[in-house]
Structure formats: C-alpha cells, structure tokens
Ligand binder design. Structure first.
Ligand SMILES: *[C@@H]1O[C@H](CO)[C@@H](O)[C@H](O)[C@H]1NC(C)=O
Ligand SMILES: *[C@@H]1O[C@H](CO)[C@@H](O)[C@H](O)[C@H]1NC(C)=O
Ligand SMILES: *[C@@H]1O[C@H](CO)[C@@H](O)[C@H](O)[C@H]1NC(C)=O
Ligand SMILES: *[C@@H]1O[C@H](CO)[C@@H](O)[C@H](O)[C@H]1NC(C)=O
Ligand SMILES: *[C@@H]1O[C@H](CO)[C@@H](O)[C@H](O)[C@H]1NC(C)=O
Ligand SMILES: *[C@@H]1O[C@H](CO)[C@@H](O)[C@H](O)[C@H]1NC(C)=O
Ligand SMILES: *[C@@H]1O[C@H](CO)[C@@H](O)[C@H](O)[C@H]1NC(C)=O
Ligand SMILES: *[C@@H]1O[C@H](CO)[C@@H](O)[C@H](O)[C@H]1NC(C)=O
Ligand SMILES: *[C@@H]1O[C@H](CO)[C@@H](O)[C@H](O)[C@H]1NC(C)=O
Ligand SMILES: [Zn+2]
Length: 704
C-alpha cells in the first residue's frame, strides 16, 4: 500500500488537509550548501556496492511484473524468490499463514439522472497496445480489497476526502447522509478510513475516485500527453486498494494479536472491516457523476474545506441532486486461504542480535513495477551482494533475516502474522527492521525512521552516488527535505515491528513535482511504465539497492550497533514542544510535568550509555561492548504499552503511531495528542502518566 508521497504537490495538500498530523517536515529557509564529498568505502563495502547491477535489477523487475501476484495467488513467485536467495548462499524457506481474504467476482455501477437517462461508467482500465501486461488475460479487475459485497441504490453525496472533519462540515451544512451513497476523492487519509467514516455516518456505499488535482502540473489539461504517450495520467487509471480499517489494527482481521495458522480461532473481523460496499473508479468515470451534482447542495468553494475542490471541470457540489441516483453492486468471494512469506537467513556469530530486512511481494496488478516489486528487485539484489561476501568466507556479527511478505496490500498480512508468530524470538534478538516497499517510482529519495537510526541512515547516504551522477544521495535528499528524516506512521510492513518495540526504517524514492505521474495501484504501474517513465535504466533501483545493502551491512557487522540513542531524546523534546502547542490550541488544562521529567531522565541515560560505549571502545572491553549492544537492542521495547492506545490495542508504541483518522500519517505522543484533540482530558492525563512511565522504562534499560 504505502503512503503515496509526491514531493511538493501532495505534501502541501496533506498539510492543508490535516494541520494536526505533526508531519515533521518543517521548511527552513533554503541555505546554499557545499556539496558533501562522498565518504570513502572499505574493501567489503566496495565489494557490496560493486556487485549491484542494473542488468540483474532489470531481470528481477521483468520477472516480478509479468505474472499475476495478488495475495495468496502465486506460490511459485514466493519459491522463485527463495531460490534466488539460496543461489546467493542464504538459507531460505517459505512460511505460510491461513488468512481471511476476499477476491473480486463482479461489480456494476449505473448513474440514473432525474430525467431517466442513464450513464454507465467503464469501471476498467484501458488495454494499451504499447504496454503488454495491460492486456494479460489474467489481469486483475479494479476493486477494493476487503470491500463488503452488496447491492445498493440511492441518491449520493460528494464527501471530499472523507475525513471525519469533512463529514462534520457536511452535517453543519445540513446535507443529509443517512441512506445515501458517498463519492469520495482519493488522497489524505487511508482509503479504508473514508469508508469507515461514511459507514459511521449511516451511508450505504462508497465510490472512490482519483482527481487530477493530485497530479500537480503534469496533466493533460496543461498540455502533457497521457500515458503511454507521455507523463500525464492515463484518464482510465484506477487506484485499487484495501479498505480495511488500518488504524484499528492491521494483519488478518479475524486473528487480532495472534498468528493465523490452520485451526486458529477466529473472530468475524468486523472490528476492522467495512460492512458497506465500495469500488474505485477513474477520473473519467467520476466526472459525469460529480457533474450531476452541480447546482445541488452547497457548491465546493463554499464548503470551504481544503482538498475539497479538485481539478475537474465541475463545481464539486455536495449534492444530493434530487432524483439522481447511483446503483452500485459489488460481489466478492470470501475465503480463508494460504499466503506465503519467503524468508532467508544468514546466521551471525552472535545469535542474540538480528537485523531484519523486508519488502512485500504481492501486488494489486500483474505489474507492480514500482509497488512493490522495485523493492523486491532491490532485496534480491541485496541478497546477491551479500552472497559475494559469503563466498569469501565472511560471517556477520549479527543474524541477517530477509522477508518477502505476501498479503501486504490487503492489510500488512504477511509481515504482521510473521511478527505475531515469532514475537518471542524477535523480542529477544531484533535490533532493527529495515523496510523497502516502493524502492523507485521517481528520482527523489526519502527516508522515515525511528530516531536512533537517523544518524546511520544519513551517514550511509553520503556513501552512495545517486543514480550514477556525481552527486551523493545525501545531497539530493538534503535538497528535498532540508535534512529531515520522517516519522513512521503506517502504510507498510514496518508497522507490526514498530508496535512491538523494534526500531525501523523505511526507504524509497518518489516522484517530484516535475516527474511523470506515478500510476499507483493501477495496471499502468508496469514494466513498460518503469522502463520508459518511472526509472529508465534502473538507476534509482541501483542507488536504493546500494544504500540498503550498506546500511544493513553497518547494522549487522560493526562492533557496536551504530545507534545514536541521544537523538531519541532530542526528537522527543521536539515532540514535547508540539504537544505543548496542542495543549495550548485545544485550551486543555493538563499537567505535562511528568512527561518533561521522563524525557530529561532519558536524555541523561542516553548520555551515560554513550560514554560507556566510548570507554569500552577505547579500552577494547568486550564484555562492556556486549552490554552496550544489548541495551541498544532492547531500550525501544520500553516504549510499548500493554493495552495499547485507546480503542486500538494493536498500536502499542507510545511515542508515535498512525493517526486514528489518517491511517498513514503519524501522530507523536499519540495517546495524549489524540485525546486532547478529542477534548478528552481524563484520557489525556491517563496517557501522560503511561507515556512518562514508558519513557522511564526505556531510560532504565539504558542505565548502567
Ligand atoms: C506467478 O508469477 C510468475 C512471474 O511473474 C508468472 O510467470 C506466473 O504465471 C504467475 N503464476 C500465477 C499462478 O499467476
Ligand atoms: C438527461 O440529463 C442529462 C444530464 O443533465 C443529459 O445529459 C441528458 O441529455 C438528458 N436526457 C434527456 C433525454 O433529456
Ligand atoms: C473558511 O475557513 C477558514 C478557516 O477554516 C475561515 O477562516 C474562513 O473564514 C472560512 N471562509 C468562509 C467563506 O467561510
Ligand atoms: C467547463 O464546463 C462548462 C459547463 O459544462 C463548459 O461550458 C466549459 O467549456 C468547460 N470548460 C472546459 C475548460 O472544459
Ligand atoms: C545454513 O545452514 C547450514 C546448516 O544448517 C549452515 O551450516 C550454514 O552456515 C547456514 N548458512 C548461512 C548463510 O547462515
Ligand atoms: C541460525 O539461527 C537460528 C535462530 O537463532 C537457529 O535456530 C539456527 O539453529 C541457526 N542455524 C545455524 C546453522 O546455526
Ligand atoms: C558534476 O557534474 C556536473 C554536470 O555533469 C558538472 O557541471 C559539475 O562540475 C560536476 N561536479 C563535480 C564536483 O564534479
Ligand atoms: C547524536 O545525535 C545528537 C543529536 O541528534 C548529536 O548532537 C550528537 O552529536 C550525536 N552523537 C554522536 C556521538 O554523533
Ligand atoms: C475518553 O476516552 C475514554 C477512552 O476512549 C472513554 O472511555 C471515555 O468515555 C472518554 N470520555 C469522554 C468524556 O469522552
Ligand atoms: Zn506496497
């Protein structure tokens, strides 16, 4: 799934849509910087980087993008992945889970105007001669994973991006929602939450569409040719995707908190699944449906919500239009079926420390050239690079585990079930989890990570030449982000790791405002798109593969785990400042003192362990080094709270979590912040106590 991030355009829209998200990407004034020289590499690092080849990346990409691989539908692809890893000297196996899932059977949508005439949307994407996989007979229809089956007919209302605030605005405007169908625009919150909000407002079905406003200036209206002739969006593009309630819990919805094995007890999953039907459509299909609302209800500009009015030539009126009705039918097949994770291991000399690297393999479409198989090509290439060192008799200090997850798109199934099965071992040994989902959908690198990893993540960028230019990845990344590493919310497979206290990082490369439009979750996310528009020559693939390989190598093989735990204190201080602003803006009276004291205590402990590390390194004291490593490995477990966040037990990390109504974007000190936003002072106070206690536990783990 992954949070679709387009630098510039979407970042602005996101910020406007939800000012309370604490997206930590403040813009500092742009200072002209000196280019940073590339850090020299060691012999082993040179071997790793030199082994990464665009020729093999291209081969892997071709393989993964020429066969259907929807969750639970392609065992041979899992086996093929494990076989590549075995060839490179890793010990590989397949782990399977039995999950509840649903697959599309049939659907229909009809608009009947008040005068009785009818508009019949196409619902499927164009077959393009230039792009061979768009015509594959086993291509996957447009649908929403985990949509309910249903057959509904009603008048309909445009609900903007479908956040809770959008529905509140509609109610304030007196628009009746009960018994109506919603048409919602993509962007902003995770799509499942749009459906959840519609359902909770008594609506009976949802149509989701992509607006060309999300494409910034690269549109046909601005004179750019559409795919396959040019970089603009093909008008028939449809974004498939899951409508699970991601911010409630990910993983198999029928086995919350434990692995889905044959014979596992199951709930009905309704806590995390919608009971109303939904389907996604293209802007071409959406335009007449929106146009029929023109002049009815409140016009879009008067609704006065950011992200409400898009770029189609309609007024984005709320409706309903009396007598204009949608008839929506969606038939899904429900099943409990195996999914397959491919797993590979290199055992380290120290059995008690493990680095896990993962990427999902399943896609909504035959292609999936960017999402997720640019990342899959990268981890196959990474395994091959480590194979070069294994051939030389190398053994890392720490275990390295690779995961090729199935079922990510439906709701992070393969990674969540794996974590739920192996949690005792992961709790004992996991040092970090490194995720790569969309490795390459454009030329702008981006990294989100837990704070102890920021420094090593940034230093590693200085070792990489970006896309065969003479600029380092660091310089390119710094220019885009002003040196800010993002906070992890959700939307990819790091989620179950983070919320079990395992620090994580997510790496990828995205389009910018000038880049070809990325056809996310569409048939056009294909090998043809990738080689002509997304990453011609596989140069972004190459740089990301080199980056992830060197980062994994640093984490797995340095004497001291290369964490900067002080930075966790620095970051918590800035989250604390944000919290004080929230307290102020919500005029709440809460006592934040205990949190202040706990952060100060953590800062002291971090300094102490860093001094302990320096002394141990200077004196070569192996026992102390090993003690420092175990503190670094374990401290983040302290941030985990039994019982989790209010109403969502799965999300247990008290320092950051996806927002309840964003699904993707993070909230810091989530238990406190979201309670304050909801005006719930007693819960805010309770979570100040819990969060302070959790920080104290983490701090105590670091103490001498
Ligand atoms: C699985 O994927 C491979 C590689 O893309 C493809 O050749 C094969 O046909 C797919 N299998 C199924 C059952 O779709
Ligand atoms: C009915 O209304 C629609 C939308 O305004 C219009 O396109 C169509 O031509 C009308 N049909 C008839 C028969 O008037
Ligand atoms: C639109 O909303 C903004 C802030 O939410 C408010 O300041 C402004 O007055 C509103 N404008 C209208 C026309 O209602
Ligand atoms: C927008 O729609 C109006 C009314 O339907 C039409 O008159 C106008 O030509 C359209 N503008 C563009 C740029 O297509
Ligand atoms: C794979 O397992 C075998 C024995 O089970 C072991 O000898 C070998 O070292 C392992 N390989 C790696 C890369 O860990
Ligand atoms: C590799 O490590 C795993 C996990 O610690 C252990 O179960 C396995 O026996 C080890 N294999 C070898 C060959 O040491
Ligand atoms: C990098 O390449 C550009 C364009 O090829 C060139 O103008 C520039 O001088 C080079 N910079 C360095 C530091 O080599
Ligand atoms: C750790 O990070 C902090 C702040 O982010 C920085 O001030 C400090 O110098 C770093 N420590 C080391 C040893 O690099
Ligand atoms: C505050 O939140 C708690 C936990 O979600 C809930 O039980 C309680 O009813 C809420 N109180 C108010 C006043 O909304
Ligand atoms: Zn993905």
């Amino acid at each position: 799934m992954h949070n679709l991030r387009l630098l510039g355009v979407v970042a602005l829209l996101l910020a406007g849509a939800s000012p309370c998200q604490h997206e930590r990407r403040e813009r500092r004034p742009h200072i002209k910087r000196q280019a940073v020289p590339q850090t020299p590499l060691t012999v082993e690092e040179n071997t790793l980087v030199g082994s990464v080849s665009t020729t093999t990346l291209d081969q892997w990409s071709y393989y993964y993008t020429h066969g259907a691989h929807l969750a639970g539908k392609n065992l041979s692809m899992a086996q093929w992945t494990a076989d590549r890893w075995t060839e490179s000297g890793w010990n590989s196996s397949i782990v399977s889970y039995d999950v509840f899932i649903n697959y599309p059977v049939s659907k229909s949508l009809t608009l009947t105007y008040s005068n009785g005439s009818v508009f019949q949307p196409a619902l499927e994407e164009a077959v393009l001669e230039a792009d061979e996989t768009t015509s594959y007979p086993d291509r996957i229809p447009t649908f929403n994973g985990y949509s309910a089956s249903g057959n509904v007919e009603a008048e309909y209302v445009y609900v903007g991006r479908g956040q809770q605030v959008d529905f509140e605005r509609l109610k304030a405007l007196g628009v009746s929602l009960e018994g109506k169908i919603a048409i919602a625009r993509y962007g902003g919150p995770f799509r499942g939450l749009k459906v959840k909000n519609a359902q909770e407002n008594g609506m009976i079905g949802v149509i989701l569409f992509t607006d060309t406003a999300d494409d910034g200036k690269i549109t046909e209206a601005n004179g750019y040719a559409a795919y396959p002739d040019g970089p603009a969006r093909n008008p028939t593009t449809v974004q498939r995707g899951s409508v699970q309630f991601l911010s409630t819990y990910p993983g198999d919805p029928t086995t919350p908190g434990y692995p889905s094995k044959e014979g596992s007890p199951r709930t009905d999953g309704s806590a995390a699944l919608p009971h109303i039907p939904s389907i996604p459509i293209s802007w071409l299909d959406a335009k007449p449906i929106l146009a029929a609302l023109d002049g009815h209800g409140t016009a879009g500009d008067l609704v006065n919500r950011s992200g409400w009015v898009g770029a189609l030539n309609v007024s984005y009126s709320t409706g309903p239009a009396p007598g204009a009705r949608l008839s929506l039918s969606n038939v899904m097949e429900e099943t409990i079926t195996p999914i397959w994770d491919a797993i590979a291991v290199i055992n380290g000399t120290n059995a008690d420390e493990t680095i896990v690297i993962g990427n999902h393999r399943d896609a909504w479409i035959v292609g999936g050239a960017a999402d997720p198989n640019s990342g899959t090509a990268v981890i196959v290439e990474l395994a091959k690079a480590f194979g070069k060192l294994l051939e030389q008799g190398w053994k890392p200090k720490r275990n390295i585990v690779l995961g090729s997850w199935d079922g990510e798109e439906y709701g992070l199934l393969g990674s969540t079930e794996f974590v739920e099965e192996y949690i005792p071992w992961l709790t004992d040994t996991a040092v970090s989890y490194l995720n790569v989902d969309i490795a390459a959908s454009g030329p702008h690198p981006s990294v989100d990570a837990t704070p102890e990893l920021h420094q090593v993540a940034i230093e590693t960028m200085k070792k990489i030449s970006w896309m065969d230019t003479n600029r380092t990845m660091y310089d390119v990344w710094y220019e885009d982000t002003d040196g800010e590493v993002g906070v992890l919310g959700s939307g990819s497979d790091y989620t179950a790791f983070v919320h079990n206290g395992i620090g994580s990082l997510d790496i990828g490369s995205n389009p910018g405002a000038e880049s070809p439009v990325y056809p996310y979750h569409s048939n056009f996310d294909s090998y043809h798109w990738m080689t002509n528009f997304g990453d011609p020559g596989f140069l972004a693939h190459k740089s990301i593969a080199q980056y992830l390989t060197l980062l994994a190598y640093s984490l797995a093989d340095t004497d001291v785990i290369p964490f900067n735990v002080s930075n966790f204190g620095v970051q918590m201080n800035s989250y604390y400042d944000d919290l004080l602003s929230t307290v102020k803006s919500t005029s709440s009276s809460v006592e934040t003192g205990p949190l202040r004291l706990a952060i100060d205590d953590f800062t002291q402990s971090a300094l102490q362990v860093q001094q302990q590390e320096e002394q141990a390194v200077a004196s070569g004291d192996a026992a102390t080094l090993s003690l420092v490593n175990s503190k670094y490995r374990d401290f983040q477990r302290g941030f985990i709270s039994q019982g989790g966040l209010p109403g969502r037990e799965f999300f247990r990390h008290l320092i950051f979590a996806p927002g309840s109504d964003t699904g993707y974007a993070p909230v810091t000190f989530p238990g406190i912040t979201e309670a304050l936003q909801a005006g719930n002072v007693s819960t805010a106070t309770e979570f100040i106590t819990k969060t302070a206690a959790a920080i104290k536990v983490a701090s105590d783990i670091l103490k001498i």
